[in-house]
Structure formats: structure tokens, C-alpha cells
Design a protein around this ligand. Structure first.
Ligand code: PLP
Length: 417
């Protein structure tokens, strides 16, 4: 039976998550399929920003470090985020950026390995990983100047062959930013540990998007951002998780005063805090950090089971409609069909992918483009409806059928693609 728009509207009526969309400030006439890059704005964020700027900063001034509990905010947000990634209280802090947090945990993991297996000098990662992850590993290897090097696999299936007694760390992104393919974290972590290496997981495209169980998987370290599926706001601070068994074994190298055991004793000697606190570095951007709670408050009204069920229903529907209604065009599905290895986005390759995405954006359908030829569509169950999926596919079909993408302005590239 072929689906129509009314079927999609009926699914929205039956969707228990549909009311949550009202808590986001989405512009009229826009279908937002880019929550995997920058999450939409929780309506509460504007009010919260007013409170922080006018009240906590404007009136409270320096008193707010205590009175508004600014100083403990990285830990409080970490505790609120923890259940969404299978972590416990005292295991996560929200701070700095994903790139910076990755530097900290890579250094910590390399140090831990040096104590037991100094011959392990290889960091295994994936060639298609988000580049900053690879750049940070390269930068740390360069800084240590002691034979450390990256070994890149081309597909997840290549992982076993890349392991060995020279490998210190495996650093993988759980859900690939381009393809939307997801690793089996538990099975892979077990395999990594069996080879004697430590496992670092990047959760940028997982946190708030798919079920994650860091403790269940017995992972070692994890990082991720809050501005994608968690809707924390542009550039909102990232998070870092360290398994309890590693927390006190190493002082991470960015040993700033916020990670000191008694920061206000103003001692000349650095003494790391016990626990996850030592993964902090320095003063945090309080306005931006405060808004992270607004996204988490919306998550607190639902469950990962409900989000995952709707996410898979949305991505299934999108794949089915694109394949049935845009069958005449050269579109290749890049994202796995198998639910077990699919994140919360769908990517299609098209030779003119860049221009097609620009033409869709001009019509208010906001997805994005990643080299080479990949059109990415993120599905955020908190605010994407089944009718949005229908309307997006109809717009795509029309852009392809009319060659609406073939205009000079849709081939022009800005600084950010
Ligand atoms: C988005 C993303 C990042 C971003 O890192 P920043 O330090 O916030 O710029 C890093 N890694 C992955 C896998 C990402 O998807």
C-alpha cells in the first residue's frame, strides 16, 4: 500500500512525543533536519538567558559564583546528563569543547598505558572519523614526540586486523557523522580490551540520539558535545566521562585551577581533585553553560526508549518515501538499513548533493551536506513530525524533477558547508 500525507498526519496524532515540539522555538515555514549539527532552540532558553544575564550577572555579580551555584554547574549538568549515556553520578562533567576534552582523555589513556605497556604507541581510529578527533590525536602525538602514531581503519570490519600488542588506544566515534552508521559499543569495547587496548568513544552523534550505556559496555573514556541532539545552543560546552576505575589514576595535562582539589586555597602546587572534577580546567562560559539545562529539561519529560522508537520510525519512513517517490533519480542510501547499526540521521549520496541541499534550504527544508556528495538529514524525535518527513521528501522530489538545484546560487559555497 502506498503511503500518503494523511497517513503521516495520523501518525503524528498518535505520537506520544508530538506535544514536546511546542517547547522548541522553530521558525514558521522551516522543517529542521539538522539537529545532528546544531539542535533547535528550547523556548525556555531565551528566558533562562535573560535570568542569567540580568539577574545572576547583572544583579548578583560576583556573588553568583556561590548564590547561583555557578561553580558547581559543570558537575550538576554532568549528573543530569549522565543517565542519557549510561553513566552514574560523579562520572561526567560538562565543560570545554569536545576537541579539548578528547585531548585530556587521550593523554590520560596514553599515560595509563605507559605504566603497564610502554611499547604500545599506536592510536587506532577510523579514516572517516570527524577530522577534529584525528587532528587532536595527531597534535598530542606530535607534542609527546615519543613514537606515538595514528593507525586508521577504512571500515568498522577492519578493526580486528588493526589491533595488536602495539596498540594503546582505540578512539572511535559511536555514530559516524557522515554515514549515520553506529558501532556496537559493547562488543567492540570487549574486543578492544581483549587486545590490551583502552576504548575512547566519541558520542557527539549519540548523546540524546540513540541509547548509550557506557558503564554497561565497560568503556574507558568518552566525550561528546551538547549542541547537537542535546539542544544546548551554538558552541555550548561539551562533556567528558571517565570510568570510575580510571578517574584518580592520572592528572590530565590541562591542569588548570578548576581541577584543583582546593582551588580557593590558591596554593602554588597543583593537587588534582579526586574523581571527575580533575577533568575540569578553567573558568567556564556561564551564560552558555547555563542554557544546557534547558535542553536537558525537555529530555527529562521522556525516555530514551520512546525517543529511539520514534527516531527509527522517522528514519524508516524517510528511507521508504525517498526510495519510492524519488526512484527516478540517482540517489544512493549511505546509512545502514539495519536498525541495530543506524543512528538518528539518514544520508543519501547524489552527484549534485551540495546544490540539491542548497535548493532545499531555499525552500525552508534545512538539511546539510558533507563531502563527498553526501546529503545528511537529521531526525530529532523531540521536534520532527511524520508530516515533516512527508513534506521534505515531496520537496526533494520536486527539486530533483524540476532540476531546481541547477542554479548558480546553489553551487556557491560559503565558509561553512
Ligand atoms: C561535532 C563533532 C565534534 C565537534 O568538536 P568541537 O570541539 O565541538 O568543535 C567532534 N567530534 C565529532 C565526532 C563530532 O561529530
Amino acid at each position: 500500500m502506498t503511503l500518503n500525507r494523511n497517513d503521516c498526519l495520523a501518525r503524528d496524532t498518535a505520537d506520544p512525543l508530538a506535544p514536546l515540539r511546542d517547547q522548541f522555538a522553530l521558525p514558521e515555514g522551516v522543517i529542521y533536519l539538522d539537529g545532528n549539527s546544531l539542535g533547535a532552540q528550547p523556548k525556555a532558553a531565551a528566558q533562562r538567558a535573560r535570568e542569567v544575564i540580568l539577574g545572576e550577572w547583572g544583579t548578583g555579580l560576583i556573588r553568583s559564583w556561590n548564590d547561583a551555584d555557578w561553580f558547581t554547574l559543570p558537575r550538576r549538568l554532568g549528573d543530569a546528563l549522565a543517565p542519557w549515556i549510561g553513566a552514574g553520578a560523579g562520572e561526567v562533567v560538562v565543560t570545554d569543547t569536545t576537541s579539548i576534552n578528547l585531548f585530556k582523555v587521550l593523554a590520560a589513556a596514553l599515560h595509563a598505558q605507559r605504566q603497564v605497556s610502554p611499547q604500545r604507541k599506536i592510536i587506532v581510529s577510523e579514516r572517516s572519523n570527524f577530522p577534529t578527533d584525528l587532528y587532536i590525536a595527531q597534535g598530542l602525538a606530535h607534542l609527546l614526540d615519543d613514537g606515538y602514531a595514528l593507525r586508521l581503519i577504512d571500515t568498522p570490519e577492519d578493526l580486528p586486523g588493526a589491533l595488536g600488542d602495539d596498540v594503546a588506544i582505540v578512539m572511535l566515534t559511536h555514530v559516524n557523522y557522515r554515514s549515520g552508521a553506529m558501532y556496537d559499543m559493547t562488543a567492540r569495547t570487549e574486543e578492544i580490551h581483549a587486545s590490551g587496548a583502552l576504548a575512547i568513544w566519541d558520542l557527539c552523534h549519540s548523546a540524546g540520539a540513540v541509547p548509550v550505556d557506557l558503564n554497561g559496555a565497560n568503556a574507558d573514556y568518552a566525550v561528546g558535545c551538547t549542541y547537537k541532539y542535546l539542544n544546548g545552543g551554538p558552541g555550548s560546552p561539551a562533556f567528558v566521562w571517565v570510568n570510575k576505575r580510571h578517574q584518580d589514576t592520572f592528572r590530565q595535562p590541562l591542569s588548570g585551577w578548576w581541577g584543583h582539589r582546593t582551588p580557593f586555597a590558591m596554593q602554588p602546587e597543583y593537587t588534582p581533585d579526586n574523581g571527575i572534577g580533575r577533568y575540569l580546567c578553567g573558568t567556564q562560559p556561564m551564560v552558555s553553560l547555563s542554557l544546557v539545562q534547558c535542553g536537558l529539561d525537555i529530555f527529562a519529560q521522556t525516555t530514551m526508549d520512546a525517543l529511539r522508537a520514534k527516531s527509527l520510525a522517522l528514519t524508516d519512513l524517510f528511507i521508504e518515501l525517498v526510495e519510492s517517490r524519488c526512484a527516478a533519480f540517482p540517489l544512493t542510501l549511505v546509512t545502514p538499513r539495519d536498525h541495530a547499526v543506524r543512528g538518528s540521521q539518514v544520508s543519501f549520496e547524489h552527484p549534485e548533493g551540495f546544490a540539491v541541499i542548497q535548493a532545499l534550504i531555499a525552500r525552508g527544508i534545512i538539511g546539510d551536506y558533507r563531502e563527498p556528495h553526501i546529503m545528511r538529514f537529521g531526525f530529532t524525535p523531540l521536534y520532527t513530525s511524520f508530516a515533516d518527513v512527508w513534506d521534505s521528501v515531496e520537496a526533494l522530489r520536486d527539486v530533483l524533477a524540476t532540476k531546481g538545484w541547477d542554479k548558480p546560487e546553489f553551487h556557491r559555497r560559503g565558509a561553512v558547508t
